[in-house]
Design a protein around this ligand. Structure first.
Ligand SMILES: NC(=O)c1ccc[n+]([C@@H]2O[C@H](COP(=O)([O-])OP(=O)(O)OC[C@H]3O[C@@H](n4cnc5c(N)ncnc54)[C@H](OP(=O)(O)O)[C@@H]3O)[C@@H](O)[C@H]2O)c1
Length: 382
């Protein structure tokens, strides 16, 4: 109890905590204001009830009895587990990606309990390790080939994320929160790109971002060096700021990839969307001392700003099922609704700079790990 008290006091004395306590609810309320005051585009009515068909799947594949494959990262808890359950129910062969084999099998059992017909496959992957992501790609290809499935995927949900309290450096030399929330998914998307464009049906990437991106009001000069070091080496780790940046960068990445997809004439064959679930009661605050996370949950519940994973997942599912022509948009609030993200997130120079330095890091990592990128005939994104 004394340790918990000490930890609680320690965090209460940080500016990172007060930033989170004051600015995050403001950013959330602002998103709801945009939703209700009318800066909203309602695109399509709630989630279709039938399995993927028509515009967003391949009749040819379905006739051959091949289910469309989707990948969900961070599938062992909260929104990822819920999204996997819904997508399996909608007729996808769901590939669950998580860190722990134990949690992966528990999640699969849980989904099967609700839906015995669910088609599931699990891979233990650490998204904060580029080596692990590379190994995942080869295991995935091996599994697809052994199962007689097409070497393609229709949907990639980049969902895994952490809110780290302390500064930790990964084996790749990045801040762990930055690598999990942004860099790992940048690398994963680039490596899986050939499988996405090979899909017979329109394919899609959904990046799970957050309303907290609105707290980023200016960006450091983006270079690969800055991206590697700008959040590390702090005695008092600016955890709230770092989290906001990772979600902001994921959003910039979504918009820049949309521009690239259009320039390379892949649109609307491939599309990318950002989804913001709002505030959801999951395990995301696991590193925050219990008294504080409980208080935050109670406050958000009282103000009716907190969702359950079952309702919070709706923006992710909306994004997954939106028609292929919808790309480069930001889903928030469920019911097929989209809103504008922050003004800074539409700065195309910033997203290009981020893309360029992320690519430098990507190539450095591939060279360091001696991995030759096999595009298998696909046009490179870089
Ligand atoms: N909850 C919210 O209020 C909220 C709001 C906006 C956005 N989001 C975003 O929603 C996404 C899902 O979060 P959540 O709220 O569902 O939190 P969660 O319950 O903590 O789930 C996070 C998932 O990510 C996985 N994960 C973490 N690090 C990983 C790594 N290195 N490699 C592979 N998997 C890893 C976790 O696996 P383990 O179980 O092994 O840890 C877990 O399955 C995150 O990107 C988060 O930023 C959440």
């Amino acid at each position: 109890m004394a340790i918990v008290g000490g930890e609680t006091l320690k965090i209460l004395l940080t500016s990172a905590f007060w930033r989170m306590a004051i600015f995050w609810p403001m950013a959330l309320v602002y998103s709801y204001i945009l939703l209700f005051i009318g800066d909203t585009i309602t695109y399509f009515a709630p989630l279709p009830v039938s399995p993927p068909s028509g515009g967003f799947s391949s009749d040819e594949s379905l006739q051959k009895g091949k289910l469309p494959v989707c990948i969900v990262t961070g599938a062992t808890s909260g929104l990822g587990a819920e999204a996997s359950k819904v997508l399996a129910g909608k007729g996808f062969f769901v590939v669950l990606v998580g860190r722990s084999n134990g949690l992966l099998s528990e999640t699969m059992q849980e989904i099967k309990r609700h839906n015995n017909e669910a088609k599931l496959k699990a891979f233990a992957v650490d998204i904060s390790s580029i080596k692990s992501i590379i190994q995942f790609k080869s295991s995935l290809l091996e599994w697809l080939s052994e199962s007689g499935m097409d070497p393609s995927i229709q949907l990639l949900i980049n969902n895994a994320g952490i809110l780290a309290r302390t500064s930790r450096t990964t084996a790749d030399g990045y801040d762990q929160m930055m690598e999990t929330n942004y860099i790992g998914h940048f690398v994963l998307t680039n490596l899986l790109w050939p499988l996405l464009i090979k899909c017979n049906a329109p394919s899609r990437i959904v990046n799970v971002t957050s309303f907290t991106h609105r707290c980023v009001t200016k960006s450091p000069v983006l270079t690969a060096h800055n991206l590697r070091f700008c959040m590390s080496g702090f005695e008092n780790y600016p955890f709230s700021h770092t989290y906001e940046f990772t979600k902001f960068w994921l959003l910039l990445f979504s918009y820049e990839l949309h521009r690239k997809i259009c320039l390379m004439n892949y649109y609307p064959k491939v599309s990318i969307l950002a989804a913001d679930p709002g505030a959801v009661e999951t395990n995301i605050m696991r590193e925050i001392p219990k008294p504080i996370s409980k208080l935050a949950i109670a406050y958000l519940k009282q103000t009716r700003l907190l969702k359950t994973p079952q309702t919070g997942v709706s923006s992710i599912i909306d994004a997954a099922f939106a028609p292929p022509e919808i790309s480069g948009k930001y889903f928030f609030g469920g019911k097929g609704r989209m809103i504008q993200s922050s003004a800074l997130s539409y700065d195309s120079k910033l997203s290009k700079d981020l893309w360029d330095c992320s690519m430098v890091m990507f190539h450095e990592s591939m060279a360091r790990l001696k991995y030759s990128i096999d595009m298998d005939g696909a046009e490179r994104l870089f």
